[in-house]
Design a protein around this ligand. Structure first.
Ligand SMILES: *[C@@H]1O[C@H](CO)[C@@H](O)[C@H](O)[C@H]1NC(C)=O
Ligand SMILES: *[C@@H]1O[C@H](CO)[C@@H](O)[C@H](O)[C@H]1NC(C)=O
Length: 183
């Protein structure tokens, strides 16, 4: 079963500081409805997303770990086998996630505001494809939520502005972005 929900919130900054518009939106949830719900919203307090650590085999994304500032999130899925990683530069954020899913997440490709791309899992398969992007320009991926058990069952992507990446130039996307070399 697949639930696709798109919602957004407009919040005007108030009280004390100069009014500042904040723009958040949500893409997802992409995947199956088993596993246990998780939500990394409180990890945002550690900072913006700075790195990913993902395990995959020839069929599925096995695990996902996200670094917020200097702090790694919990590992969702199974920490079995060697992870691949991707580190962002200061001021770089994810502005698009494409992928594929069935009962589990099968493939994930992340694109940054600097036009770099990093992908995990098998790029071809029978699942449904998705394309997740922020509703508002200048927003980046701030945190993920989803469902997990022994694998990553589903993912949702929460976008918002980030003080460090607001100046990213999203019009400079290349159709052949340089790859982020998984470490
Ligand atoms: C990938 O991992 C899952 C879960 O451990 C397993 O069921 C599946 O057979 C594996 N696929 C391959 C191609 O190794
Ligand atoms: C953004 O990038 C495009 C293409 O490289 C360039 O033409 C434009 O001047 C840049 N805009 C800013 C605000 O840097």
């Amino acid at each position: 079963m697949v639930a696709l929900v798109l919602s957004f919130f407009l919040c005007a900054g108030v009280s004390g500081s100069p009014a500042r518009m904040r723009f958040s939106s949500y893409s997802g949830e992409y995947g199956g409805n088993s596993g246990d719900y998780f939500d990394q919203s409180s990890n945002q307090l550690d900072g913006p997303i700075t790195a990913l650590k993902i395990r995959a085999n020839d069929s599925y994304i096995i695990s996902l770990q996200v670094r917020y500032g200097d702090s790694w999130s919990n590992t969702e899925g199974s920490a079995v086998g060697n992870p691949s990683g991707a580190e962002l530069f200061l001021g770089e954020g994810f502005v698009q996630v494409t992928g594929r899913f069935g009962s589990y997440v099968e493939y994930l490709a992340f694109r940054t505001n600097l036009g770099r791309l990093v992908a995990f899992g098998p790029s071809a398969g029978s699942g449904m494809t998705f394309n997740a992007e922020p509703l508002f320009s200048n927003a980046v991926l701030r945190y993920v939520s989803g469902r997990s058990g022994s694998l990553v069952n589903a993912l949702g992507f929460h976008w918002d502005q980030d003080q460090f990446t607001e100046t990213g130039n999203q019009s400079s996307f290349s159709t052949h972005p340089p790859q982020i070399t998984p470490t």
